[in-house]
Design a protein. Structure first.
Lengths: 432, 263
């Protein structure tokens, strides 16, 4: 089976490659019911932050984007010599968790803790906990691999088939380790869950939290995502032949794969009346499934288009209201051409759309929150990132795809995040 | 959830699906709980009809059990799966794949299988489900320790409150192999699913949910013992027994109180 379009061969799959398109007995039952979403109440984003290979906190993201400074470096994380570039966060080896949380130690939780300290985020959550009561502040975190790096380390050090005692800590060897950790670290004690839908995880957290608040289950939510470099993702994406040997070049004619990165970020969302000073808004979300393949996007981007249209419908906006779109733009041949086609069907040529993966790498389960933060920077500063490392536009991609940065005020921004399993999420943000 | 809740969280249960080692379906579960039948040792591996035979052979067992329960719930509800938004809750996902990945990474990292890797995502069951049924509706996958099914239920109810007509909720976990058993304990295969719909319907069970401090209801012994998704069976016990409420763990010292209204 050959998955790809035009001159790009995405993944060569043989028949033992797993779940291809296998429509079941119900598939004929009209999957394509049209979006029927009504407008949702805007939610205030009263605090937000991100830590990536560009540095810790919003200022580091802002200056890195403005100066077009890539955070990618040659792979120095995996010493076994995979030839690729990575977006690594400096200093995580030295970061120490506070004593009360020391049994939660893992690279992922050290990054989660480091990211929580930036931009006064942890203090803002403490204030929200005081304002609403701990049980009314939900925690909805996204990750793809959580602390599996610790599990990998334990397997390298098995003694008589057992984990060494220092790594036999139950609290870290679970996908939900991240949600539990952030709840403990912030004092929020409302409904706590970890969303793990691969690379859409920390975009979907906004949708989950918006629903919980709308339904009256919570008054505020700490949302976000943290993912860290580990063997599973480096060698897993390598096995899928999706890792470039060069810094990734999203939407470039000659792109040949992604660069992996690690990151953590958060947002605090509340009803607008509870955060009168907040100037940024979550206006809409759209979620969809490709119903196509576990690791390749729908060839026409039907699922991606559906997510973008649903997000616009919930925001009550027409496509031409969007001033900046942060694309998923992984730099794999298939993702970028499919996403560009879907964008060209939805948006006018005037849209400024770009991929920031060349700055940070693909941060997987953290991509949703990181790139939402970039969309919030665009709204706040009028700084519209283009696409880094890319030089030769792919003629298959439309005029919306921009390589250069732009500077102009915008009113609404969108962020796309698409994951394995055909799991798509688009978010719309705006100003108060 | 509290006095300040703006919308009461309630729904009608339209469909129920269940598979456990020795328990082929919801009817068998009810018969066993009623003391009218015993577990059947021949029931060892679910075979969801929506996957073709070659996919069934390759798919992880946790995917099979999730799809088996999900499909049964949709059939009972009389709803086409492709029309449903879905929520998949699992404590650990597929631990046999975690074991394979970590073992291979420690020994020969370049030998990681691409199929095993894409099957390792926590939303593998959601992915196979949407592919197998042609569902382009939203699908989500979450983990919340013992509170996983309760958190999935909250999201499903919140989706109904936001406008969805019906939502599929699936909870599942599988056994932890080798060294993982000590740090991620789970035994056997267990999957259970509900199709939840807005409003009330004659002849169907209605549920209403709120949150409070408390101690969760312990499931009856004998089915799903030791499985990480076992806490969800308290709700299925209550449905089988016609009980008027049950308490699911909801994180920390909180429980979801689920009131059941049998029409």
């Amino acid at each position: 089976m050959l998955i790809g379009r035009g001159r790009f061969i995405f993944i060569k799959t043989s028949d033992d490659m797993g779940c291809g398109y296998t429509p079941g007995p119900f598939a004929a039952a009209a999957a394509l019911s049209p979006p029927n979403r009504s407008r949702i109440a805007p939610l205030a984003i009263s605090a937000w932050t991100a830590t990536t290979a560009l540095g810790a906190g919003i200022d580091a993201q802002r200056s890195g984007l403005r100066d077009r400074r890539s955070g990618l470096r040659r792979n120095d994380f995996d010493t076994r010599g995979l030839d690729c570039w990575i977006g690594r966060v400096d200093g995580l080896e030295q970061e120490a968790l506070p004593a009360a949380l020391s049994t939660w130690d893992s690279r992922n939780h050290r990054l989660a803790w480091h990211a929580l300290q930036q931009d006064g985020f942890r203090d803002r959550v403490a204030a929200a906990v005081a304002r609403h009561g701990a049980a009314r502040v939900a925690v909805v975190m996204g990750t793809s691999t959580s602390s599996i790096g610790e599990t990998e380390l334990a397997y390298q050090a098995l003694a008589d088939g057992r984990f060494p005692p220092e790594l036999a800590r139950r609290q870290v060897h679970s996908p939900h380790a991240l949600g539990d950790f952030v709840a403990l670290a912030t004092g929020a004690a409302g409904p706590t869950m970890t969303i793990a839908t691969a690379c859409s995880s920390s975009a979907k957290v906004f949708a989950h939290a918006a629903r919980l608040i709308a339904a009256g289950v919570a008054d505020a939510a700490v949302v976000g995502g943290v993912d860290t470099l580990c063997g599973s993702v480096l060698y897993g994406f390598n096995a899928l032949q999706l890792v470039s040997a060069q810094p990734c070049r999203p939407f470039d004619r000659d792109r040949d794969g992604l660069s992996l990165g690690e990151a953590g970020g958060y947002a605090l969302i509340e009803r607008t009346a509870a955060a009168p000073e907040a100037t940024l808004r979550l206006l809409g979300y759209g979620e969809s499934s490709d119903a196509h393949h576990m690791s390749a996007p729908h060839p026409e981007g039907v699922g991606a288009e559906r997510a973008m249209r649903d997000a616009l419908a919930r925001a009550g906006l027409e496509p031409d209201a969007i001033g900046y779109l942060n694309l998923h733009g992984t730099s794999t041949p298939a993702n970028d051409s499919v996403e560009a086609q879907a964008v060209a069907r939805v948006f006018p040529a005037a849209l400024h759309a770009g991929s920031t993966k060349g700055w940070t790498g693909h941060t997987l389960g953290a991509a949703g929150i990181v790139e939402s933060v970039f969309a919030l920077i665009a709204l706040q500063d009028g700084l519209l990132p283009g696409t880094l490392n890319s030089h030769a536009p792919d003629p298959a991609c439309g005029p919306q795809i921009r390589f250069d940065n732009a500077q102009r005020p915008i009113v609404h921004a969108m962020n796309n995040a698409f994951g394995f399993g055909g799991n798509n999420c688009s978010l719309v943000f705006g100003r108060a | 959830m509290t006095a300040s809740a703006s919308i009461p969280l309630s729904a009608t249960i339209e469909g129920i699906g269940l598979w456990a080692d020795g328990v082929a379906d919801w009817d068998a579960f009810r018969a066993i709980r009623a003391g009218q039948a015993a577990r059947d040792p021949a029931i060892r591996r679910p075979a969801p009809a929506l996957l073709p035979a070659n996919e069934r052979r390759r798919a992880p067992d946790t995917v099979l059990v999730a799809l088996q329960a999900a499909q049964a719930a949709c059939t009972m509800a009389g709803r086409a799966p492709a029309t449903l938004s879905s929520v998949f809750a699992s404590t650990y996902g597929d631990l046999s794949i975690t074991d394979h990945l970590c073992e291979t990474l420690a020994r020969a990292p370049t030998e990681v299988s691409p199929t095993r890797f894409h099957n390792s995502v926590h939303n593998a069951a959601a992915g196979y489900w949407t592919i197998g049924t042609g569902a382009m509706q939203p699908a989500t996958a979450l983990s919340a320790g013992p509170a996983g099914f309760a958190m999935g239920l909250l999201d499903a109810l919140a989706q109904l409150a936001e406008g969805a007509e019906a939502v599929l909720l699936v909870g599942y976990d599988g056994p932890s192999p080798g060294p993982l058993h000590e740090v991620a304990p789970s035994a056997g295969l267990l999957g259970a699913a509900l199709v939840l719909a807005r409003g009330t319907a004659p002849g169907r069970v209605g549920i209403a949910v709120d949150s409070r401090a408390g101690v969760a209801t312990a499931p009856l012994p004998g089915i799903g013992d030791g499985n990480a998704s076992l806490p969800m069976l308290a709700l299925f016990d209550a449905l089988a027994a016609g009980a008027d409420q049950t308490l699911l763990p909801a994180g920390g010292d909180h429980v979801l109180r689920i009131g059941l209204h049998h029409d």
